[in-house]
Design a protein around this ligand. Structure first.
Ligand code: FA5
Length: 339
């Protein structure tokens, strides 16, 4: 041990760079280092208990000394401005994989383009919203049972994480007035039990059109254009009555499940259908909240389930993948979105 200590001190005194100190560290303390081998090769069995104890004490002393001396030498080199590895930060990386856009971003960008083509402007609401805009202004007063289906996360200041993009409807009406053609995609939050098609954090895309003489015919026309362009293939849809306090009449537009082609699977909860676009004609009370004359103007609104649409479009059977942060999942959608 004494010999090793002396040798180490000699070696360190000759080292003139961080690289050399690092080499010495490996030579003495590395997996196959001189000191490490002393321990590995020691014949403990043939030692008496006292010899074993002394060996242990001497070994630890030497190891501590070696670590301290090496640290000291490294600090000295660092102070002198030496570096362990010469790094050229301008060299290109060796991992050539490119980043890619999230599937939700891809589909959002595609939808924005489709709606842009129909004269809709793209707006953005806020994730954190006032209770009034998320509920009351949408004809959902405090005691309304519809609130129960959209339980959410409340902040201590009384604000909430919006449960739907509809929360921006009245703000948009107030801000932009009539005529209004806008979409507002964004993140929504619900206090929800998570399963293959339900997340507590998901995306919707709201559409709102207010003008003179807007009818269900306009709504269906826009829905048809949207689905035709987004799927670029024949998809079976059904329109059925649906209740939402902020539209009258209200509808649910369901899409036949593209994961199982209607046979029934966990994604569609064995029904063969996926609820995709609830919609309807804007309730007069909501127009009034938005300072719009409901005698003169009418409008339609829809709340597209953006995450579910991405599932259908890309054939993703499990919603939890979207927020998983798993690069193997995201990396499957690079074609149109390499950055
Ligand atoms: C609404 O949120 C209404 N604001 C939609 C609306 C807008 C109706 C305008 C009329 C006029 P609903 O709770 O059904 O409705 O949600 C709309 C869509 O969001 C659903 O069809 C579904 O695709 C998606 N969605 C709802 N909850 C979740 C969830 N937990 N996880 C993933 N997607 C969800």
């Amino acid at each position: 041990m004494k010999q090793i200590q002396q040798q180490l001190i000699d070696d360190l005194s000759k080292a003139s760079s961080m690289k050399e100190v690092e080499e010495i560290r490996v030579r003495y303390l590395g997996k196959k280092g001189l000191l490490t081998l002393q321990w590995k090769n020691a014949d403990f069995k043939s030692m008496s208990p006292d010899e074993r104890k002394n060996f242990g004490i001497e070994f630890n002393k030497t190891k501590n000394l070696a670590e301290a001396k090496i640290r000291e030498a490294m600090e000295k080199q660092q102070a002198a401005g030496s570096r362990s590895i010469d790094v050229d930060a301008t060299l290109p990386g060796t991992d050539r994989r490119l980043g890619c856009l999230h599937p939700i971003t891809l589909i959002r960008m595609e939808l924005e383009e489709i709606f842009h083509g129909m004269g809709f402007k793209v707006l953005a609401g806020n994730d954190v919203e006032e209770e009034f805009y998320n509920f009351d202004a949408l004809n959902i007063p405090a005691d309304h049972p519809a609130r129960e289906t959209q339980d959410t996360f409340w902040l201590t200041n009384g604000m909430l994480l919006r449960t739907h993009t509809s929360a921006y409807q009245v703000r948009a009406m107030k801000k932009f007035g009539t005529p209004l053609r806008a979409i507002f995609p964004g993140r929504c939050f619900r206090y929800e039990s998570v399963d293959a098609s339900h997340e507590n954090t998901f995306y919707q895309l709201e559409g709102l059109m207010v003008d003179i003489d807007i009818s269900i015919a306009n709504l269906i026309g826009v829905m048809k254009t949207l689905l035709g362009e987004i799927f670029r293939k024949e998809v079976t849809v059904r329109l059925r009555p649906g209740f939402f306090p902020f539209v009258e009449p209200g509808f649910e537009l369901d899409c036949q499940c593209l994961i199982c082609e209607g046979r029934g699977c966990p994604t569609c909860k064995s029904t063969g259908w996926i609820e995709l676009i609830p919609c309807g004609l804007v309730h007069p009370k909501v127009l009034e909240y938005g300072s719009i004359d409901s005698e003169k103007y009418s409008g339609f609104a829809f709340g597209l389930g953006l995450t579910r649409l991405a599932m259908m479009k890309f054939g993703i059977p499990e919603i939890r993948l979207f927020n998983s942060g798993d690069i193997r999942f995201y990396g499957q959608f690079p074609a149109s979105g390499s950055i």
